[in-house]
Design a protein around this ligand. Structure first.
Ligand code: MG
Length: 218
């Protein structure tokens, strides 16, 4: 069982479904050779993929090219269906920092053959998650700096202002298809600069005011 920690109250919330947005920053869509999507691209990760800050990210044998993607994450606090955009933030319990570790070679193969991304995106340790900060303490989730470095060298740096589909739109969209539930986590997409990691690399990621992550690659 995987739990999200909500701070500063130190409430533990059982992690339910993990929804992820693909290509939600125009500059990242471009570096993937895609144009900005006209509707949200959604995929899932199993909650068994979650690891906490400090735990090792284990590279799967079946991939020669695992990439980091740093993302703002949203923790859903209550059940909702068909949530209107103007009520979306009432369903957010907190904000966190996540890594969407990706077997890029496997994902490209899947894209080419029209197969799902599940293996490329959902393997064990592919979902590092920081503790979540209670939503009331984050004044504007679209005014956050987000960055990631590997071995002290910055590789990703952006702002959550650049998201194509904003959090209220994402929640309205998802809840029109899936019943959102307490403990659901949404990965909101990554800015540009995704790149390969190798065994021994050290990843440091942060969203000031929200969270930090430190992980070693093995
Ligand atoms: Mg991603």
């Amino acid at each position: 069982m995987k739990y999200a920690l909500l701070t500063p109250s130190n409430t533990q919330v059982r992690i339910n479904t993990i929804y992820c947005l693909g290509q939600n920053y125009a500059d990242h869509a471009k570096e993937m050779g895609a144009s900005a999507p006209s509707s949200p691209i959604i995929f899932l990760k199993p909650n068994s993929a979650v690891i906490a800050n400090g735990e090792d990210i284990v590279l799967p044998m079946m991939s020669q090219n695992v990439n980091h993607e740093v993302e703002l994450t949203v923790l859903i606090g209550k059940t909702g269906r068909h949530i209107p955009r103007d009520q979306a933030y009432e369903y957010v319990a907190g904000y966190g920092l996540g890594l969407d570790m990706t077997m890029r070679d496997r994902q490209l193969e899947a894209k080419k053959s029209g197969h799902p991304w599940t293996v490329a995106k959902g393997f064990d340790t592919s979902a590092p998650l920081s503790p979540f900060v209670e939503a009331r303490l984050v004044a504007d989730p679209h005014a956050l700096e987000i960055s990631l470095s590997v071995n002290g060298v910055r590789r990703q740096h952006g702002t959550t202002a650049s998201m194509i589909f904003r959090i209220d739109t994402i929640i309205a969209y998802l809840s029109g298809i899936f019943t959102l539930m307490e403990g659901d986590v949404i990965y909101t997409g990554t800015p540009e600069g995704v790149a390969q990691v190798k065994p021994g690399d050290e990843i440091d990621a942060s969203i000031p005011g929200v969270g930090t992550l430190h992980h070693r690659i093995t």
